[in-house]
Design a binder for this molecule. Sequence first.
Ligand code: HBI
Length: 294
Amino acid sequence: MNTTGLHGLAAGVVGRPETTDWTVPQRWADYTAEDHAVWRTLFERQTALLPGRACPEFVTGMRSLPMSANSIPDFDALNEALLPRTGWRVVAVPGLVPDEVFFEHLANRRFPAGRFIRRAEQLDYLQEPDVFQDVFGHVPMLMHPVMADFIQAYGVGGLKAQRLGALPLLARVYWYTVEFGLVRHSAGGLRLFGAGIASSRTESVFCLDDASPHRIGFDLQRVMRTNYRIDDFQQSYFVLESLDDLLHLAEVDFEPLYAQVGQQAALSPDALLLSDRLWHRGNQSHRCQGRAMP
Ligand code: HBI
């Protein structure tokens, strides 16, 4: 069964498991020495890069988890730290799962993480989230109560948005926060908190330092209108004033917004509006390949 998630990727590429919720045993003992070596390379590269780039909550979350360069983390060990902290647990899935399965998990504080890891020859680009992107990128932030509540609210909202046919609008909010979000740093400057950038060697630099992308103050309706790229750097990043802004987002009733935004034209990922609060006007010098989400 092949369904395409809103990342535009074919879910269930590795085949549907027997369980209806698509979970599979992690089978940690089956990882090979090469798998652990790929994890080590990725982990060492990112942990060298992130100080001064990742937000303090990400660094604190990482430090509180049984996660190191030595091996791919055992999800049971992660859950011993995660569950008491925020009620979340990581569950293993073969790869992308259908939207409704994904939202059902998030609504119940289960984070579906791909159990596979990329090959050594594809360190910098992969077709769908693997254990490094899902666990290194997302789990440290799931240790933060505000993000933990927000992602559960996203799961609940996703099931509702699906019924309303508004999933593309909600997926943009998730994309520009949980996956590619930036946040103002109390000491000045910006920090990243999105999992897609936290787990990317190249984009964790590009999103903060490169002159190409716009960096725009987060506005819910603006983000809901803005398309995103699934297979290249983002052309715009949105900046939260504080992670606590996510608490407000988790309480907003999106339904009236869906109706309003549904009447407006979508914005391309490189668009700028006069109403934008600009942290940086990008020169869009990075030529994106690939597709923007429709
Ligand atoms: N499945 N395993 C997995 N991970 C994701 O990030 C994911 C998914 N299925 C659907 C999906 N993401 C997106 O289409 C939704 O967030 C809209």
